[in-house]
Structure formats: C-alpha cells, structure tokens
Design a protein around this ligand. Structure first.
Ligand code: HEM
Length: 132
C-alpha cells in the first residue's frame, strides 16, 4: 500500500482494498465483463476508456478515498446521471454480478468483496428506473 497510514484514524475501505492501484485493477477487470454481458454491453460506448476513468474516480471517493469524482464533475447525482439509460432490476443484478466476478478475478479478500458488494447493492437498485 502506497498511502501513509495515520495511526489516529481508522483505515478507510479505500485503503483496506489497496488504494489507487487496486481500484484501477478492479475497474479494468469490470468493464470487459460489462461489455461482454448481453444485458449491459449494448448500453455502453465502444470506447470504454472515459467511462473507466470516471468509475475509478467515483469508486475512489465512494469507498472513502480522495474526492476525485466530485472535484472534477461536481455532485455525483448518480441516479440522475443514469436516467438516460433503461436500468431494469435485471440489469442492476447483472452489474453487481460483473462487479463480483471482477473482485474475484483481481483476488480481493473475500471479506472486502462482501463489504464492497453490500455497499454497492443499495445504489445499484436505487438506479433502477424501468421495470418492464
Ligand atoms: C444498476 C446497474 C447499472 C447500469 C446498467 C449502469 C450503466 C451505466 C451507463 C450506461 C453509464 C454511461 C456510460 C457512458 O458514459 O456512456 C454509466 C455511467 C456511470 N456509472 Fe453506472 N450503471 C449501473 C450501476 C452503477 C453503480 C452501482 C455505480 C456506482 C455506485 C455506477 C457508477 C457509474 C459512474 C461513476 C458512471 C459515470 C458517470 C458520468 O458520466 O460521470 N453505476 N452507468
């Protein structure tokens, strides 16, 4: 871990995961799975690089690291940012499934996997905006 640990403060999930390098590895494993998923792939642009960079910034702050996303893009308003896309409960589950697989592939500790997935479940279901 590259970040210095202040012994006065409890470690953030971001630090426990392994900081910047670990978030980047996770996101780089996640999007190829998303792109290959029949329910999710069609929603995303072919040039996935900019989406990956935004997700790295967002997950960094979501898990208690520096506020990279808000510093650059303002208030996350993530539900609003997802409104242009038809997000069904099936797509929310598929997104979480790809994230779980990416966590396994990158060798994240099982306890951290469960913790992160639990934290992501609320937002994923909150972004559902279509229930056909
Ligand atoms: C529920 C299932 C989800 C689907 C189907 C979905 C799909 C999408 C799509 C299609 C985009 C736009 C890509 C583009 O720029 O063209 C996007 C952007 C994004 N998503 Fe999701 N997403 C989901 C859940 C989540 C969750 C749970 C998070 C994080 C908690 C998240 C974080 C982001 C971020 C940070 C962006 C970039 C926003 C921006 O443009 O600044 N997404 N998502």
């Amino acid at each position: 871990m590259s970040e210095q640990q202040d012994s006065q403060k409890p470690m953030s999930p971001y630090q426990a995961i392994g900081g910047e390098a670990a978030i980047r590895r996770l996101v780089e494993a996640f999007y190829p799975l998303v792109q290959a998923h029949p329910l999710l792939g069609p929603l995303f642009p072919v040039n996935i690089e900019p989406v990956m960079e935004k997700q790295i910034m967002f997950l960094t702050q979501f898990f208690g690291g520096p506020s990279l996303y808000s510093d650059q893009y303002g208030h996350p308003m993530m539900r609003a940012r997802h409104l242009p896309f038809e997000i069904t409960p099936q797509r929310a589950e598929a997104w979480l499934g790809c994230m779980k697989l990416a966590m396994e592939q990158t060798g994240l500790e099982p306890e951290l996997q469960s913790f992160m997935l639990e934290r992501l479940q609320g937002p994923a279901h909150h972004f559902v905006n279509s229930n056909p």
